[in-house]
Design a binder for this molecule. Structure first.
Ligand code: 4NP
Length: 161
């Protein structure tokens, strides 16, 4: 069974699809596509069915040369069972996810994405939606750092390689 990751933000059109696609890129480079799988979701239903935001896609293409694939969906309670680790982009996302786990049995599956950063000290991935292109570029930088740390952790702690 592969190790399953779910990245979660508010709209599932900017931060979490970027995290999913960046992580997939690193997983492919590491030759671990059979062992780790990624998905993303939003705590809101605002953009369900939409592709990633074009400003976010432009930043990912410019900075990393990768295409952002995906279609927004809303986080659902069943995701607690379906995924091994759930990564929240900011504290509001984190609290919204945990509020759906009334019995707190899945609490340990939920982490803040920035806990895996080693080059950046910011505790949250800022919402870039209402800002300019610098905000989108910053999201990419933070997510590359976090995804690299996350992949190392998974290789060390979860995979039998
Ligand atoms: P995301 O960004 O949570 O990173 O996908 C946002 C997308 C849409 C909205 C806010 C943030 N919105 O308010 O519609």
């Amino acid at each position: 069974m592969p190790y399953k990751l779910l990245f979660v933000c508010l709209g599932n059109i900017c931060r979490s699809p970027s995290a999913e696609n960046i992580m997939n890129h690193l997983i492919e480079q590491a030759g671990l596509s059979n062992q780790i799988v990624c998905d993303s979701a939003g705590t809101s239903s605002y953009h369900v069915g939409s592709p990633p935001d074009r400003r976010m896609s432009a930043a990912a293409a410019k900075k990393l040369g990768i295409e952002l694939r995906g279609q927004a969906r809303q986080f659902h309670k069943s995701d607690f069972q379906d995924f091994d680790l759930i990564l929240a982009m900011d504290r509001a996302n984190y609290e919204d996810i945990l509020s759906l786990d009334r019995t707190q049995q899945y609490h340990d599956k939920v982490s803040l994405m920035c806990e895996f950063c080693s080059q950046h000290t910011l505790k949250e991935v800022p919402d870039p939606y209402y800002g300019g292109s610098e905000g989108f570029n910053h999201v990419i930088d933070l997510l590359v750092d976090a995804c690299e740390g996350l992949l190392k952790d998974i290789i060390n702690q979860q995979l039998n390689t």
